[in-house]
Design a binder for this molecule. Structure first.
Ligand code: GLA
Length: 712
């Protein structure tokens, strides 16, 4: 663990210094009570060496720009006071440093109107990141409408030689987390979602590296990167803005999406934004990923299950879809138990009048034809086989053909004069409403109280349309974007408190709800509905750029998305070994031999699981390469490592790829075991493994290798 000199936060009268193990973040306080962003980068040994913006860029260097005076950069906050004034003048009022020494709250104030804006910083020194948010409080006598309020902003070093490059995720359903990369040019680049979900198309994560004069950006091991994540599963926004005048100024702001959202602050009312985590490293993309993984495991994932290894699960969806019933599932459970599965999850189809996706959402009680005696007989059989039981729900949705909708047609988002748009024959429940929240909480609380359920797969299968909340007072109607997620997170908090034994999985048609807001409330996620083991390699590799393997659910199934493709069981397992293992195929389709091979792989995974889920992950081949993928998981002491390598296309006469390992003890001797190429030694020193490397056995268009490395 890195050592941090105390204090983590210091105040000198002119500046606030925030320190992590390797980085410093400096905020200047001007004589007029304004806040300047001065520095975010490696720790410097002398406080005097931290830069102060020169006269040419002071206006553009606000720590939290407001629409005041000259509008030079995009503001982080926009408000309308009762008299229609939209000029916000914030001055420093005071600050508090928490007793623990790692939290800073800087209070700013618009004296005339009584709006208090508090910038909050939480320093996670061990992970080199700072989590930020903003608290608003109306201390005046009149209401204030908030049209935008971002959680954080900062400036990249100005007039730096070379260019900044933005790295982010793009994608679609079944093709989540494709890496997008482009040079930052003058103007704004906005990453965002307005679907009332995190979205498949974009993800609230950014990483900005530097392209030097020779055109080279950061690598896996070297180079400066500023990165961040928004902790929010609703509409979010990340703005990268560049101004080029006399100086080149590049800024980043992140937080809630202001699109269509207005928050009403009555006198005395307050509002706190979602968190945004920011970090810096000069150790390239690999170091960034490892910091984020460590941070998510140590500080983000729900505490009660954070240190536990995720169980190997079986899920019924791809095998039988909606056709779940007691006897058939019990037969499948017997097979799953033979394979060493620890958690048996029945997916969609078990509740209400659910036989297709046309009906039943909202009615969270067992379907009487499929489960005439309820769920408990099946759960008992699963438990008797030594497995825990899990179940699928989609609580924020309702089918018009459901008892819930027939009783409460006004419980969905809608505009009274407009026809509601159906997607997957379903509508979105209005989680801004207290009565809807209570109903859903009670349904799920009952389900969990009456059954021995240990895992909830919480799905979310449509984006929003007609975002109306006509029953709310006019000035509150456009708060629904934020209130929905207060409702969702609140229900999850209450369920977790009452049923601490339950693990929750975040799913939104696959990987549409993957963000730090989700991972504060869910223990893992369904990575993608695309479970083709070849396609998954690319999705999983980029997923781990920003998120830990521990939350990344990967199933071995029968699916292949490519005409004529057939994958060996070894390839399927190796692909799924990259994250938290699951099985998803119809287990009745496998031969005795295949079952035995699967059982061996499940047992192997259980042995390797501490490395994969809790180890440090290294990409041994850079993200840009499409024909080869290799990742290594190492325990923090460097005593054991696992290498998973994949050949994804082969050209005749192409040189094999030598893999130089990372994170080992150079002095120690290691034994090698697994899919090594001919002539590879059986043991090597850590130094040789890291400098000379090893050749995996990878031949053919689609190949995989698993290599174990253990201290002799
Ligand atoms: C979504 C999920 C799938 C499955 C189906 C059930 O698409 O991503 O894994 O649960 O819903 O309807």
């Amino acid at each position: 663990m890195p050592i941090v000199e105390s204090p983590v936060i210091a105040y000198t009268g002119q500046a606030f210094y925030l320190r992590t193990a390797h980085t410093a973040y400096v905020i200047g306080l001007t004589e007029h009570g304004g806040l300047l962003h001065r520095y975010f980068g490696p720790v410097l040994s002398r406080a005097e060496d931290y830069p102060t913006p020169n006269w040419g860029i002071v206006d553009a260097s606000g720590e939290y720009p407001t629409p005041t005076g000259m509008w030079q950069v995009a503001p982080c906050i926009r408000v309308v006071f009762h008299d229609n004034v939209r000029d916000l003048r914030l001055r420093y009022q005071g600050h508090e440093i928490s007793a623990s020494g790692d939290e800073l709250a800087i209070r700013l104030h618009d004296e005339h109107y009584g709006l208090e804006v508090t910038l909050c910083y939480h320093v996670y020194a061990d992970c080199d990141v700072i989590a930020r948010q903003v608290r608003l409080r109306n201390t005046g006598a009149d209401a204030i409408d908030v049209e935008e309020v971002m959680s954080a902003s900062f400036s990249l070093p100005y007039d730096r030689g070379g260019e900044f490059r933005l790295n982010h995720f793009a994608g679609a359903w079944m093709k989540e987390k494709t890496l997008g990369r482009q040079v930052v040019t003058p103007g704004q680049k906005v990453l965002q979602s307005w679907t009332n979900s995190t979205s498949h198309q974009q993800n609230p994560f950014f990483a900005i590296d530097v392209i030097d004069a020779e055109g080279n950006g950061a690598t896996e091991e070297h180079g400066e990167i500023w990165f961040g994540q928004v902790h929010w599963s609703g509409n979010w926004k990340i703005v990268v803005e560049q101004l080029r005048g006399h100086h080149k100024i590049t800024r980043v702001a992140a937080g809630l999406n202001d699109l269509d959202c207005i928050l009403h602050l009555a006198p005395g009312e307050d509002f706190t934004t979602p968190l945004v985590t920011l970090g810096y490293t000069d150790g390239g993309f690999g170091a960034m990923s490892r910091l984020l993984h460590r941070y998510q495991r140590a500080h983000i994932l729900p505490r009660n299950h954070a240190d536990e290894l995720r169980p190997v699960l079986y899920n019924s969806w791809e095998a039988v879809m909606f056709d779940v019933s007691e006897d058939a599932q019990a037969r499948m459970a017997e097979k799953a138990a033979q394979l060493g599965v620890e958690l048996f999850v029945i997916d969609d189809g078990w509740f209400g009048a659910r036989n297709t996706d046309n009906a039943g959402l909202g009615d969270w009680y067992p379907n009487p034809e499929k489960f005439p005696n309820g769920l408990n007989p099946l759960i008992d059989r699963v438990n008797a086989l030594g497995m825990d039981f899990g179940i699928w729900v989609e609580p924020e949705m309702v089918n018009p053909d459901s008892d819930l909708y027939r009783a409460h047609p006004d419980w969905v988002y809608h505009f009274p004069t407009r026809e509601s748009t159906l997607l997957r024959t379903q509508l979105m429940l209005n989680f801004a409403r207290e009565d809807v929240r209570e109903y859903i909480f009670n349904s799920l609380d009952t389900l969990l109280s009456e059954h021995n359920i240990r895992y909830i797969k919480w799905d979310f299968n449509r984006t929003i349309s007609e975002p109306g909340w006509p029953e709310a007072p006019r000035e509150r109607q456009r708060e629904m974007w934020v209130r929905h997620y207060e409702g969702l997170y609140g229900i999850l908090d209450r369920l977790r408190a009452r049923h601490p034994q339950v693990l929750f999985e975040s799913c939104a048609g696959g990987g549409g709800r993957v963000d730090l807001g989700a991972f504060t409330h869910y223990d893992d996620c369904w990575t993608s509905d695309n479970s083709d083991p070849y396609d998954r390699l690319f999705i999983q590799r980029s997923f781990m750029l920003a998120y830990t393997a521990k939350v990344m659910r990967c199933w071995v199934t029968e699916t292949s998305m490519h005409e004529g493709a057939s994958y060996s069981l070894a390839f399927r397992f190796h692909s799924a070994f990259m994250g938290s293992l699951g099985l998803g195929g119809n287990l009745l389709h496998f031969s005795e031999e295949e079952m035995a091979e699967m059982a061996r792989n499940v047992a192997l995974y259980k042995e390797l699981r501490p490395l994969i889920q809790h180890g440090e992950m290294y990409r041994l081949i850079p993200l840009s390469r499409m024909d080869r993928i290799a990742v290594e998981y190492v325990d923090p002491q460097g005593s054991e490592a696992l290498v998973l390598a994949f050949g994804t296309q082969e050209n005749f006469w192409e040189n094999p790829v030598r893999l130089c390992l990372r994170g080992l003890d150079p002095q120690a001797l290691y034994r090698l075991e697994g899919d090594l190429d001919e002539g590879q030694p059986e043991s090597m020193s850590g130094q040789a493994l890291m400098h000379r490397g090893i050749l995996p056995r990878l031949y053919g268009h689609i190949a995989s290798a698993l290599i174990r490395v253990r201290k002799a």
